[in-house]
Design a protein. Structure first.
Length: 228
């Protein structure tokens, strides 16, 4: 099994040619093996055919569409440059529908700035969501055996969903890693008295911040969660 920067173990992911493990920025322990390729949908606008001797119409390309990810009874949107990864675990909780931001290289390592996945649980309590988030933080951002600092959860209840946000600060520094991270968990009720939970882990700041989602993109990912 390989240890992921999102803070969970992946079980025998399919090998991908010419792709080494991905490390999430900020975690010196987190190796993530990507199992899928980039999935991108592009809309291309085309002009109508010009008649002979008439003015020509120049075709323009629209912005790439976001990709719909699915896992744990949920759907959510990810940026078009993100790549699909294999399933894994955060502590004892299985994560499915895992996607990573565009990889980059730093000091010989393939790294990513953000990861999103989803889980299915029987409770949407703050304690349950915080436990998942802390497992992600501790396993993904422990530096030289020292776990990171994790803030008290910031909890909001709106539109039938519970959102928990944890601020993470590692106890070590590196030229490749960001100085902090934010883990957002969104619980949505599913049929059968269960809950689907989106888990978004974003390293913030640092020299490679442009490789991760902007604040607006992170908000869009979180706001796109729906029951599938």
């Amino acid at each position: 099994m390989s240890y992921s920067g999102l803070g969970y173990y992946q079980q025998q992911p399919p090998p991908k040619p010419k792709r080494t493990g991905l490390w999430i920025a900020l975690s010196v322990l987190g190796v993530l093996v990507v199992a899928g390729g980039v999935v991108t949908a592009v809309l291309i606008g085309s002009g109508s055919d010009a008649s002979a001797g008439g003015p020509t119409t120049t075709a323009t390309s629209a912005q790439p569409e976001w990709t719909t990810a699915r896992g744990s009874g949920l759907t959510y949107q990810v940026p078009p440059s993100w790549e699909e990864s294999g399933d894994g675990f955060a502590g004892g909780t299985r994560l499915t529908g895992v996607w990573v931001s565009r990889p980059f290289e730093c000091q010989g390592k393939q790294m990513v700035q953000a990861i999103v996945g989803s889980a299915q649980v029987t409770s949407s309590s703050t304690a349950t969501l915080s436990q998942i988030g802390k497992a992600v933080a501790n396993n993904g951002y422990t530096v030289d055996g020292t776990p990171p600092g994790v803030s008290e959860p910031v909890v909001t209840e709106a539109d039938g969903r519970t959102t928990v946000v944890l601020a993470v600060e590692p106890k070590g520094v590196s030229a490749c890693y960001a100085p902090k991270a934010e883990i957002t968990l969104v619980a949505v009720e599913l049929p059968g008295e269960e809950y689907g939970v989106l888990v978004l882990n974003v390293a913030q700041g640092g020299p490679h911040v442009a490789q991760g989602p902007s604040d607006e993109e992170a908000d869009r990912i979180v706001g796109s969660v729906r029951v599938s």
